[in-house]
Design a protein around this ligand. Structure first.
Ligand code: HEM
Length: 503
C-alpha cells in the first residue's frame, strides 16, 4: 500500500512539474531566444557563473533582437529607450526577486536588497543629501588626500627608471589591485571618517577584496534562482551559514561600521558634517546606518575601480587619445587652469578629459548585473507583449554600444564622438551613457557624484606626472563579470615624465 501511495504521489509530482514547465514555457513562447533558456534557468546560471554574462547577453540581443528570452521567466532588453521607460520614476515596474539574493547580512535588507519600493524610496531620500555631498564638509579634501596617497604609493614603490637614467630598476605594478586600494580607501574614509589604509599598507588590510572576489561569483549566480535564495536565507540555514558580522573581510568592515555608528547615537552623540552625520540627521536608525555601511563599500569601491582601470586601459592602448589627453592636461597646468591637485570644478572645464571619462564609462560599464525589474501588469517592450511578472533584465553591453545611439563605430573607444555629435544626438548619447549609473530618480546610483569626483581627479593627477604603459598589451588584464567586475593582473610600467609640467 505504502509503495502504491508513494508511486502515485511521485507520478503526480512529475506530471505537475511537467505541466507547470510547459505552462511557463508557453507564457513567453512568442519571444525569441536561445532554445534551452526557454526551458531552464540553468542557461542563465551557466553564463552568470562563467564571468562573461555581459558579453553573452549582447550576443543574444544581436542574434535574437532587442528583446530576447533568456530564462523560463526572464527576458533581456538591449534597447536604451525601453530601459529608461522601465526604470523611470512612475513606471509600473518594481525590483524583481533577484535583488533579495544580494542581501549580504541575512538579518536585514539594505537599499540594494530591499524589494519594498516604499522602504527603498524612503531610504534613498534620507541618504541622498549625504551621498550628494550637500551636508558633507571635506568630501573633496578627503578624495584629494587619497589621490595623494595613491600617487605616493606609486612614486615610492613602483616607479621604473627612464631608459636614459642608470641605476633605477625596472618595475611593474598590478594597477588593477592598487587602484582598488585607492577606491576602498576613499569610500571607507567617506563612510567611516577613517580610511582602511590600504594605500599606506599597500595591502588589502581588511581582507575585503579577498572575500569579495571569493563570494561574488556565487552570489551573482544564485540570485537568479529564487527558490535557492529562499532556501539559503531561511531561518533554519541562518544557524549554519557564516554570519556576515563574523566573516573574515566583511566582519572587519561591519565592526568598523558599528564603531563609527555607535559614536553618533546614544546619550552623548558625536555630531559631524560627514556622510554618516547626514544619514543620522535625516533620520536613519542606528540599525539602518550599520546596514548601509557594507552596501556603501560594496557599491562604491569595485565599480569606481573598474571605471578607472578600463578607462586607463583604453587610454594606454590608443596613442592618439593618450597624446591628446596629456596635451590638454599639460596646457591646462601651464595656463594655471589646473591646481595641484586638480579640483572637480576645474576638471569639468576640460572637454577632452570629460569625453575620455564618458567614453570609458560607456565602453566598459562597471555595473553590469542583470538588475531585473518586474511589472505587475502586462507590457509591450520593443513591440513584443511581455506578461506581468516576467523578470526584465538589461543588457549593459548592448545598450551602451548601441549603433543607433552612438554611431556605426559604437564598439570603438573614440572620445571625439562626445565633442563632434550634434546637440540632439549628444543629448540622447548622454541619457543613454548615464544608464550605466541606472538613471532615473528611482534607481539611479546614489554615489554617482562621488564616483565622478574621483574620476575627474585621478587621471589628471596620474598623467601629469607619469607615463604609463601596459607590460603585455596582448594580455592586458584578467576579469570576471559578477554583477560588478573582479579584475586583476593589469600589469603596467610607470615612469616619471621627463617633461612633466609643474603647476
Ligand atoms: C563608476 C562608478 C559607479 C557605477 C558605474 C555605479 C553604478 C550603479 C548602478 C548601475 C546602480 C543601480 C543598481 C540597481 O539597480 O539597484 C548603483 C546603485 C548604487 N550605487 Fe553606484 N555606481 C558607481 C559608484 C558608486 C559609488 C562611488 C558609490 C558610493 C559612494 C555608489 C553607491 C551606490 C548605492 C548606495 C546604490 C544603491 C542605490 C539604490 O539602491 O537605490 N556607487 N550604482
Amino acid at each position: 500500500m505504502f509503495l502504491v501511495v508513494t508511486a502515485v504521489v511521485a507520478t503526480l509530482a512529475i506530471v505537475y512539474s511537467i505541466a507547470s514547465s510547459i505552462a511557463t514555457y508557453r507564457k513567453l513562447a512568442h519571444i525569441p531566444g536561445p532554445k534551452w533558456a526557454a526551458w531552464t534557468d540553468f542557461w542563465l546560471v551557466r553564463h552568470c557563473f562563467s564571468g562573461r554574462i555581459s558579453l553573452k547577453l549582447q550576443e543574444v540581443n544581436s542574434q535574437y533582437g532587442d528583446l530576447a528570452r533568456v530564462g523560463p521567466n526572464w527576458v533581456v532588453c538591449g534597447d536604451p529607450g525601453e530601459m529608461r521607460r522601465i526604470w523611470a520614476a512612475r513606471s509600473n515596474y518594481k525590483r524583481a526577486y533577484w535583488y533579495r539574493g544580494l542581501r549580504m547580512d541575512l538579518n536585514r535588507d539594505s537599499t540594494f536588497s530591499t524589494l519594498d519600493e516604499k522602504v527603498h524610496s524612503s531610504l534613498r531620500s534620507r541618504m541622498l543629501p549625504g551621498y550628494g555631498g550637500k551636508d558633507v564638509d571635506g568630501l573633496h579634501e578627503a578624495i584629494d588626500d587619497r589621490v595623494a596617497a595613491f600617487v605616493k604609493l606609486l612614486e615610492d614603490k613602483y616607479l621604473s627608471g627612464n631608459p636614459t637614467e642608470s641605476g633605477l630598476s625596472y618595475r611593474t605594478v598590478d594597477f588593477a589591485r592598487k587602484v582598488q586600494f585607492f577606491t576602498l580607501d576613499v569610500i571607507s574614509m567617506l563612510a567611516f571618517g577613517d580610511a582602511f589604509g590600504c594605500l599606506e599598507a599597500d595591502e588589502d588590510v581588511s581582507r575585503y577584496i579577498e572575500v569579495t572576489e571569493l563570494m561574488l561569483p556565487y552570489t551573482s549566480t544564485l540570485a537568479v534562482l529564487p527558490w535557492l535564495v529562499d532556501l539559503l536565507q531561511s531561518p533554519f540555514l541562518h544557524l549554519w551559514l557564516p554570519n556576515v558580522q563574523n566573516m573574515v573581510g566583511y566582519g572587519k568592515v561591519m565592526s568598523l561600521a558599528k564603531k563609527a555608528v555607535s559614536a553618533r547615537y546614544g546619550e552623548k552623540p558625536v555630531v559631524k558634517r560627514d556622510m554618516l552625520g547626514s544619514f543620522v540627521k535625516h533620520g536613519l536608525s542606528r540599525d539602518e546606518a550599520e546596514g548601509e555601511a557594507l552596501t556603501q563599500i560594496l557599491a562604491g569601491s569595485d565599480t569606481t575601480a573598474t571605471a578607472i582601470r578600463a578607462t586607463l586601459l583604453y587610454i594606454t592602448s590608443n596613442p592618439k587619445v593618450y597624446a591628446r589627453l596629456q596635451r590638454e592636461i599639460d596646457e591646462g597646468v601651464r595656463a594655471g587652469r589646473i591646481s595641484s591637485p586638480i579640483s572637480d570644478a576645474e576638471a569639468r572645464r576640460f572637454p577632452y578629459l570629460q569625453a575620455v571619462i564618458r567614453e570609458g564609462l560607456r565602453m566598459w560599464p562597471p555595473a553590469t548585473g542583470l538588475l531585473p525589474k518586474v511589472s505587475m501588469t502586462d507590457d509591450v517592450i520593443c513591440g513584443i507583449r511581455v506578461p506581468a511578472g516576467t523578470s526584465v533584465a538589461w543588457s549593459a553591453w548592448s545598450i551602451l554600444r548601441s549603433k543607433a545611439v552612438f554611431g556605426e563605430d559604437a564598439s570603438q573607444f573614440r572620445p571625439e564622438r562626445w565633442l563632434d555629435a550634434p546637440p540632439e544626438q549628444l543629448r540622447v548619447m548622454e541619457q543613454t551613457a548615464m544608464l550605466g549609473f541606472a538613471g532615473g530618480s528611482r534607481y539611479e546610483c546614489l554615489g554617482k557624484s562621488v564616483a565622478m569626483i574621483e574620476l575627474n581627479k585621478v587621471f589628471v593627477e596620474l598623467l601629469r606626472r607619469f607615463d604609463i604603459v601596459l607590460v603585455d598589451p596582448t594580455q592586458p588584464w584578467k576579469y570576471h563579470n559578477v554583477i560588478i567586475f573582479v579584475q586583476s593582473d593589469m600589469h603596467v610600467r610607470i615612469t616619471r615624465r621627463e617633461e612633466a609640467v609643474k603647476a
